[in-house]
Ligand binder design. Structure first.
Ligand code: MLT
Length: 238
């Protein structure tokens, strides 16, 4: 099994994704949040690269059952229905709704990888479900959304724990970033305390959203697999 991990989206070569199972990770917080929404009954999540694209798409889909969500600098975009805090995406808020989502890093990573053979959003909250599917892949690519074009430790840690579950004791054919992520996961587990030390976690603490870190650190909170098909992310079986 060949596994390539990328710590930033800029490193990704899009044509190389066409034959791969591609996992996109944005622990703080886009993939954690969209998985929370789907677990709570949202019909689908449409990631968009910009807030302008989100507004246009929401109007095309029909505003009655479409929510616009996302953040800039961590806070809800003005005029949007929801921000990017997983705690906002309750069953009451999202059941039966379509969500159009624009975030600084996560939805951009998802749109950049949209031509993948299979595109699977991953967070600590659905790690086990993603690992089960990834185990069957001949070629696996793990894309960390990172933070403003830079390495994010929370994403690398999630990639590493995914690889540990996928590979077990096997060696695999790994690029250096995969080896580094797997090594990191050997001595760190996700926790609110650890995330508070990361750049992304500190930024959330500064705007009063530190409690999001508790949700983002919960391993296997949901046994759900989601997949992006025709530009919309929906729940799917294995
Ligand atoms: C992103 O996609 O940029 C992040 O999820 C940022 C955030 O949640 O504040």
């Amino acid at each position: 099994m060949r596994i390539d991990t990328y710590f930033t989206v800029a490193e990704v070569d899009p044509p190389a994704l066409e034959s791969a199972v591609v996992v996109v990770v944005d622990v703080l917080r886009a993939t954690t949040t969209l998985l929370e929404a789907l677990a709570n009954g949202a019909r689908g999540v449409y990631p968009t690269a910009s807030t302008e694209d989100a507004v246009k798409l929401a109007h095309t889909l029909g505003r009655d059952d479409t929510l616009m969500c996302g953040e800039r600098k961590g806070a809800r975009v003005e005029g949007f229905d929801l921000g990017n805090s997983p705690r906002e995406f309750t069953r009451e808020a999202v059941e039966g709704k379509r969500l159009v989502m624009s975030t600084t890093n996560g939805t951009r990573a998802l749109t950049a990888a949209q031509h993948a053979h299979r595109l699977i959003p991953c967070a600590f909250t659905n790690l086990g479900a993603v690992a089960r599917v990834a185990q069957g892949a001949e070629r696996l690519v793990v894309i960390c959304a990172g933070r403003e074009g830079r390495y994010a430790m929370d994403d690398a840690l999630c990639a590493g724990h995914l690889l540990r579950r996928v590979l077990g004791d096997a060696e695999g054919e790994l690029n250096d970033a995969s080896r580094a992520a797997r090594a990191l996961a050997g001595f760190r587990k996700p926790s609110r305390r650890l995330f508070e030390l990361t750049d992304g976690g500190r930024a959330l603490l500064e705007i009063g959203l530190g409690d999001d870190l508790d949700v983002c650190a919960q391993v296997d909170r949901h046994d759900i697999l989601a997949e992006m098909r025709d530009q919309v992310i929906v729940l799917t079986g294995d």
